[in-house]
Design a protein around this ligand. Structure first.
Ligand SMILES: Nc1ncnc2c1ncn2[C@@H]1O[C@H](COP(=O)(O)OP(=O)(O)OP(=O)(O)O)[C@@H](O)[C@H]1O
Length: 359
């Protein structure tokens, strides 16, 4: 799939002077009942991909197939019916919930739009069930979003998504606006609801720790492309793409008393603009293992290195076997004596993942 946004100039924005290559050739499938975690730095195209999967953003090229049905040319009522089955939970519940609507009205709205409010009594029962499912008191119905804490508001956002009985939920940074102490509660809630209602999740996050806990499989995005994908355990045990390795370097050590023997990876330079991505491998401008000239000119395909473990790097096997490791060490881009501990292991913001320590 591709999603390219035109960059327009001129008095009435009538000239297209270029494109933002937000999603540029991603082939991703999510299995029924699983949680797929999508990670990467801010601006790499995660949200755009999530929105395009729900047809909230029209793809420039490619198809979205949901439950065997091709949504590409679907419009009007058939698309609306399919949309009920695919809901989104947003990062900031305060901006995604209309402050003038009570919780009751917020929850009933979607049910009504999809013909699921079948009479006063059954709607009231359904509302009670929804509140119970997300752990909010029944007195919440008459209240307004600003009367709740951040975590409670996210529960309202989740209840709202659940109200139309979806199969797939795309959760875009569902906990990143919340206090750390509340994050785990919301993640646990999502897990419980998945078991209870047989949901499938796409969880988008810049924080590897969040995704690790909740995901069955994880995909790592860089500048509009998927660079690595594997079962969660496998990816965390043996990241193969240099970018994933760098992200892993930034995850804090779980136990400070355990000696940290992982290699630390320094990425050169800043994240390039998706409006002007590098030729060849998108990651080559920052890669410690860059090999001339193949990496600069030839874009690597995502290929299966081990069963279910796909990597978009020409030299993944060589890096794994340590065959081209020396080059990176000599260039002082990979060091074993790194002693800089990150203040913040998150990957938010345009800053590159540099000089970070990991477990
Ligand atoms: N509607 C739009 N029009 C033009 N450019 C857009 C639009 N939506 C997103 N972009 C650009 O596409 C790129 C990818 O954005 P996207 O929001 O998908 O990234 P992201 O990885 O989800 O980042 P974040 O975590 O900051 O939301 C960015 O450069 C962004 O500025």
């Amino acid at each position: 799939m591709k999603v390219h946004f035109p960059i327009r100039r001129g008095v009435v924005l009538d000239k297209t002077v270029g494109y933002v290559y937000a999603v540029d050739g991603v082939d991703l499938s999510i299995r029924s009942g699983e949680t797929y975690g999508l990670v990467g730095e801010s601006g790499c195209g995660k949200s755009t991909l999530g929105r395009a999967m729900l047809k909230l953003t029209e793809p420039t090229a490619g198809r979205v197939v949901f439950d065997g049905i091709d949504l590409s040319s679907m419009k009007g009522e058939p698309l609306r019916t399919m949309r009920r089955r695919m809901q989104m939970v947003f990062q900031d519940p305060l901006s995604s919930l209309d402050p003038r609507q009570s919780v009751e009205s917020l929850l009933v709205e979607g049910m009504r739009a999809h013909g699921l409010d079948k009479g006063k009594e059954s709607s009231a029962k359904r509302l009670r069930e929804l509140l119970l499912a997300v752990g909010l008191p029944s007195t919440s119905l008459r209240k307004y979003p600003h009367e709740f804490s951040g975590g409670q508001r996210q529960r309202i956002g989740i209840a709202r998504a659940l109200s139309v009985e979806p199969d797939l939920i795309v959760a875009d940074e569902p906990v990143s606006a919340l206090d750390v102490s509340v994050q785990a509660q919301v993640i646990n809630l999502l897990e419980d609801l998945q078991t209870e209602f047989g949901l499938t999740y796409l969880v988008i996050a810049h924080d590897l720790a969040v995704v690790r806990h909740i995901s069955d499989r994880v995909g790592v995005m860089y500048l509009g492309g998927l660079v690595e994908e594997a079962d969660s355990d496998q990816l965390y045990r043996e990241p193969l793409h240099p970018y994933t390795k760098a992200l892993m370097s930034a995850v804090p050590v779980p136990d400070p008393l355990v000696e940290d023997r992982r290699e630390r990876i320094l990425l050169a330079g800043d994240l390039p603009s998706p409006a002007n991505p590098p030729t060849g491998c998108r990651f080559h401008t920052r890669c410690p293992w860059r090999q001339e000239t193949r990496c600069d000119t030839e874009r690597p395909a995502l290929r299966e290195i081990d069963p279910g473990h796909r990597v978009a790097c020409h030299y993944a096997e060589d890096i794994r076997a340590g065959r081209i490791r020396q080059h990176a060490v000599e260039a002082e881009l990979v060091r074993e004596d790194w002693d800089v501990v990150p203040d913040d292991a998150s990957l938010a913001g345009p800053a590159s993942v540099t000089e970070t320590l990991g477990p």
